[in-house]
Write a protein that binds this ligand. Structure first.
Ligand code: MFK
Ligand code: FAD
Length: 489
């Protein structure tokens, strides 16, 4: 019959198709590492457009299921996740998405390499990138603050390439009293002996609850009020038989997006835990996790934009209106080109911050680069998250009515985009974190040494109170100034 059916948007090898990523890798990676990295990214780009894309679509249709009791009425709190999500976990281990950053075989370039892998993997991972973020953050926290036992055991598993040994980690900070403000944390840590404690209390958001371990905040008995009384603890979720270590899972959250990812509410009842760092240093120590997960969030937001734009561009070559393909309408083309510019700006900023992280971790960052990393981490996270939501909304509209229909997979892109600005610190909280870095580390001086910051003069005239009111504007202005500087390099 000659009935009309619209062809769908298609993806091809997402490394091959990505001129921005290819150009960047070519420009920043030294010749000695280039061939190996490009070959690997090429293989990963093929999977991201094929095998992993299919797995992620099936995984996203199967929300995790919590079973609290077995047939005999015994409490088990088992969370079932799809086989497809488990396969995406195996793929992450095999490709070495976390391991690459800790083997450091490419010296200071290991992070850029790893972040490029993550960038290709994430949009086809049904948010397995989330547990990977926390896994990487936990590995870094153990590397910096863990004892020899944690380094010999947990760290090895978190950074393993063997799917049978690979562990993921959770990061449990949020309680009912607050996620931005953790000062009201009511989880209590009872000291047993040495660094061993028993934790009791309720955590309100715990993503990747199927992980083997978690890092969490609790208040040692008799500890000070507020956030300065909190400590950081390592826990293992299950014993050798697979039974939860005195943890009750109340329910899984019913979320706007991130459907394949389990996010639970749970209570610890004297769960064995190991202190990391010293008592009262909890927030300061968990900041090592946050500063990694915030860079992951930025990479994932940027690659989410890339995915949306790839689909929108493909659709524009297949859909006709008013006698022409969409791509041949100058206004539609300009609309997409403007989104492409937003994407490129986010890409440049994010990979610059990744390169600073890589330098810092091998001891090659100068003092001012260390401060730039500290100050730009909240900036890149908040900036890319907000841009991702705006770009993804336009991407959806570029599909017309089809963009609003579930089985095109486009509505999911918008629902998922919304999480990037909430978890790992909201926009306002991160803007204030930047102010904290300005105050503690003289970040504006360090930024001015590398970039033209004259556009920010008006902020320096503000009182501390006014600076807080305008912290968001300042954060966006800093991002724009750094991006402008990077584009001139
Ligand atoms: C897809 C990829 C992404 C995957 C995501 C994974 C799933 C999502 C999981 C989560 O959402 S986990 C929960 C995330 N939670 C947050 O991000 C918390 C948001 N709130 C903040 O970040 C607040 O700013 C914070 C809790 C840190 C503020 O607490 P306080 O008590 O007001 O902190 P304070 O007193 O200013 O700082 C205590 C110390 O920590 C200070 O050091 P000193 O003791 O030396 O003075 C601070 O300088 C230091 N600090 C705080 N933030 C820091 C930091 N140091 C370095 N970097 C930072 N970012
Ligand atoms: P609130 O702090 O109540 O914020 C409400 C609003 O107030 C926000 O807009 C915020 O920007 C604003 N605000 C707060 N303080 C200030 C201020 N000082 N100045 C100006 N504005 C301010 N947490 C975990 O610990 N582990 C997890 O695994 C985890 N997984 C999550 C998964 C999902 C899908 C989601 C949505 C959240 C998850 N969270 C997790 C929780 C998340 O980190 C928090 O929700 C987030 O940090 C915000 O905290 P809150 O919900 O208490 O919001």
């Amino acid at each position: 019959s000659n009935e009309f059916f619209q062809d769908e948007a298609e993806l091809s090898n997402t490394f091959q198709a990505d001129e921005v990523l290819k150009t960047h890798i070519n420009a920043v990676i030294p010749e000695a590492y280039k061939k190996e990295i490009v070959n690997h990214l090429n293989t990963v780009g093929e999977k991201a457009a094929g095998e992993w894309l299919q797995l992620s679509r099936v995984a996203e249709e199967q929300k995790p299921v919590l079973t609290q009791f077995d047939s005999r009425g015994k409490r088990i709190d088992h969370i079932a996740i799809s086989r497809e999500w488990q396969q995406l976990e195996k793929a992450a281990a095999t490709e070495g998405i976390v391991a690459t950053a800790y083997e450091r075989r490419q010296d200071e370039f290991s992070r850029v390499y790893q972040m490029a892998l993550l960038y290709l993997y994430a949009p086809s991972s049904a948010f397995f990138a989330c547990p990977l973020a926390m896994t990487d953050g936990a590995a870094r926290a153990i590397e910096l603050h863990g004892d020899e036992k944690l380094k010999a055991h947990a760290f090895k598993n978190l950074t393993s390439r063997d799917p049978a040994k690979f562990w993921t980690s959770g990061q449990w900070m949020t309680e009912r009293t607050g996620g931005s403000d953790v000062s009201g944390t009511s989880t209590v840590a009872k000291k047993v002996e040495g660094r061993n404690y028993l934790l009791s209390g309720t955590k309100w958001f715990t993503s990747a609850t199927t992980s083997q371990m978690a890092l969490t905040l609790a208040r040692p008995e008799g500890g000070a009020e507020g956030s300065r009384g909190l400590s950081l603890y390592y826990i293992e979720l299950r014993d050798a038989q697979g039974t939860l270590n005195n943890i009750e899972v109340h329910r899984l959250k019913n979320k706007l997006g991130t459907d394949a990812l389990p996010t639970a509410e749970l209570t610890l009842h004297e769960t064995p835990a190991v202190l990391m760092g010293n008592e009262g240093e909890g927030v300061k120590r968990i900041a090592s996790v946050l500063n990694i997960t915030r860079i992951y969030n930025s990479i994932c937001a940027v690659s989410h934009m890339r995915r949306g734009l790839d689909l929108a561009k493909s659709y524009a070559t297949k859909r006709r209106a008013f006698g022409k393909l969409l791509v041949d309408h100058p206004l539609h083309r300009k609309t997409l080109e403007e989104l492409e510019v937003e994407f490129r700006k986010c890409f440049q900023l994010t990979f610059y911050v990744a390169s600073l992280l890589g330098k810092e971790e091998v001891g090659k960052a100068s003092e001012s680069e260390r401060i730039l990393l500290r100050a730009l981490t909240p900036i890149v996270k908040l900036y890319t998250a907000k841009k991702c939501i705006a770009v993804t909304s336009e991407v959806l509209e570029s599909f017309g009515g089809a963009g609003y229909i579930e089985n095109t997979y486009i509505p999911r892109l918008l629902r998922d985009a919304q999480v990037f600005s909430i978890w790992e610190g909201t926009t306002n909280v991160l803007a204030l974190d930047f102010l904290r870095a300005c105050e503690k580390e003289r970040a504006l001086e360090a930024l001015s040494a590398h970039f033209d910051m004259t556009g920010l003069a008006r902020f320096q005239k503000y009182s501390p109170e006014e600076q807080m009111t305008h912290a968001r504007e300042l954060a966006f202005a800093v991002a724009e100034s750094v991006i402008a500087g990077l584009n001139q390099v």
